[in-house]
Ligand binder design. Structure first.
Ligand code: ZN
Length: 146
């Protein structure tokens, strides 16, 4: 009977030591978990701060861009043939080009001009004939087509 009691006592001791070990493991893990929680909180705080900074920067850049575009945009209003001001869509021909580049650089009649509508106008790189030349060239174009 004594041997059995000893055995039980021994087992109880083992159980107790296991329990205390278990408890200390749980505690140390709890501490780790707490630390991780803190880290996570710190990181999300950093992240919040970072994205706030980024959206501030983005807003500043957008404002700068808007200002730059406004100061560069040419006037949107052209005088119409009858002297009244007419609004039209912006096109690449609205952008200022220096006088030299307005001269035709390709010594060929502009196909669109001959057809009656060259949207590039004075900035077209092809020749825009007028008067008799224009009439003649338009006729030639018609004959070529037939
Ligand atoms: Zn043209």
């Amino acid at each position: 009977m004594k041997a059995a009691n000893d055995r039980i006592e021994q087992l109880n001791e083992t159980i107790q030591s296991l329990e205390s070990e278990n408890k200390s493991i749980r505690e140390s893990h709890k501490q780790e978990i707490d630390e991780k929680d803190e880290e996570t909180k710190d990181l999300s705080r950093d992240l919040e701060k970072f994205s706030a900074e980024q959206s501030d920067k983005l807003a500043t850049l957008r404002a700068k861009l808007a200002t730059a575009l406004q100061s560069q945009a040419p006037t949107n209003t052209d005088m119409g043939e009858n002297g009244t001001s007419k609004k039209r869509k912006m096109s690449f021909s609205d952008y200022p080009i220096d006088a030299a580049s307005r001269k035709p650089t390709i010594q060929e009649p502009c196909h669109f001009h001959l057809l009656g509508d060259c949207r590039r106008g004075a900035r077209c790189r092809f020749v825009h004939p007028d008067g008799d030349d224009l009439v003649r060239l338009r006729l030639e174009l018609k004959e070529k087509k037939v």
